[in-house]
Design a protein around this ligand. Structure first.
Ligand SMILES: Cc1cc2nc3c(=O)[nH]c(=O)nc-3n(C[C@H](O)[C@H](O)[C@H](O)COP(=O)(O)OP(=O)(O)OC[C@H]3O[C@@H](n4cnc5c(N)ncnc54)[C@H](O)[C@@H]3O)c2cc1C
Length: 302
């Protein structure tokens, strides 16, 4: 019997598995997707997540891959100065989520974590000493504990019936990763009467662009809509091209009523979601993983 089963191989699940395995706890990750993702979603790591990764020797490799920003201008005439933070990492490190996931996945493999890809959890039952997970391939997994790190639409959260209270924001967001002509290498943000736009450079020729329109149009592709939003708000689309990823969605602010039911825990997006403005979603998931990992390991180890 594996000590802990983790549902979901996103950043939260992978980081939890690394912490458990480092403490000698056997763990298996069950992941619905058959292949590793190449989409970016989260664009940045903040100081606290970098400090935690640094404690395990994983931050500097990401700093080498990413683009450290000392200041950002989230709204008209406002500046956030990360350079003033009392930390080894006084920055917002702009790095694609896939880069962070690949690093965590590699470390999990080195530590002997089993990752079962292409299998989804469909049901669970628990008693005083174990949890039984039912998978969609007809198999079962019996463990001491389960961590539901299966994202905003968490099956584990539904199965332990703790609810997910909160609401959606009214304003849709448009996000894309694009190319911009050379020379545009600093972050840009503009707020106007029609909404707001941001441009963040990954530092490798790719840029994360985002737009929030007060009166959104819903015609055309997501990329056409984001270019139109930039024209409306900033007066230019900065000649963006080659979108490798685009998304239009309503952000949510929600939280599970409890993060634990018996032997089953929730972490990351399964436990809480917030607007991507501020770029904290993945960061808080990694922090959940480091917080839960050592405590669960201490319990399993007696
Ligand atoms: C469009 C978009 C843009 C975003 N932009 C940002 C941003 O700019 N900055 C930021 O910090 N955050 C952003 N986020 C949020 C960020 O991506 C998440 O906070 C982060 O991925 C959470 O990690 P996680 O591991 O908790 O969940 P996820 O990354 O969602 O991983 C959950 C995993 O569980 C798997 N899974 C689900 N159900 C099952 C099941 N039943 N059985 C087995 N496996 C299952 C899924 O396949 C998935 O791999 C964005 C999210 C979206 C959707």
């Amino acid at each position: 019997m594996t000590d802990v089963a983790i549902v979901g191989a996103g950043p939260t699940g992978l980081a939890t598995a690394c912490e458990l395995a480092l403490a000698g706890v056997s763990c298996t990750i069950v992941e619905r997707r058959a292949a590793e993702p190449n989409i970016t979603r989260a664009f940045g790591l903040h100081a606290r997540a970098l400090e935690l990764l640094d404690a395990r020797g994983m931050a500097d490799e990401l700093v080498e891959q990413g683009n450290p920003l000392r200041t950002v201008h989230p709204a008209y005439a406002s500046t956030v100065d990360f350079g003033r933070l009392d930390t080894r990492y006084p920055m917002l490190l702009v790095v694609p989520q896939s880069g962070t996931e690949q690093l965590l996945s590699r470390r999990a493999n080195e530590l002997g974590v089993q990752i079962r890809r292409g299998a989804a959890v469909t049901d669970l039952t628990q008693d005083a000493s174990s949890v039984r997970l039912h998978l969609d391939d007809g198999t079962e997994l019996v463990t001491q504990y389960v961590v539901g790190a299966d994202g905003a639409h968490s099956t584990v959260r539904d199965l332990i019936d703790v609810g997910f209270v909160g609401e959606s924001y009214d304003m849709p967001m448009l996000l894309a990763d694009v190319r911009l002509p050379s020379g545009a290498d600093s972050p840009i943000s503009q707020v106007g009467t029609e909404g707001a736009v941001v441009v963040l450079p990954f530092g490798d020729g790719w840029f994360r662009v985002g737009a929030w329109l007060l009166r959104p149009e819903e015609t055309g592709t997501d990329f056409a809509q984001i270019r139109r939003a930039f024209h409306l708000i900033a007066g230019t689309d900065y000649d963006m091209s080659e979108p490798r990823w685009c998304s239009r969605f309503l952000a949510q602010r929600r939280q599970a009523r409890a993060y634990r039911s018996g032997r089953v825990f929730l972490a990351g997006d399964a436990a809480h979601v917030n607007s991507p403005i501020g770029g904290q979603g993945m960061n808080t998931g990694i922090q959940d993983a480091f917080n839960l990992g050592w405590k669960l390991a201490a319990d399993v180890n007696g």
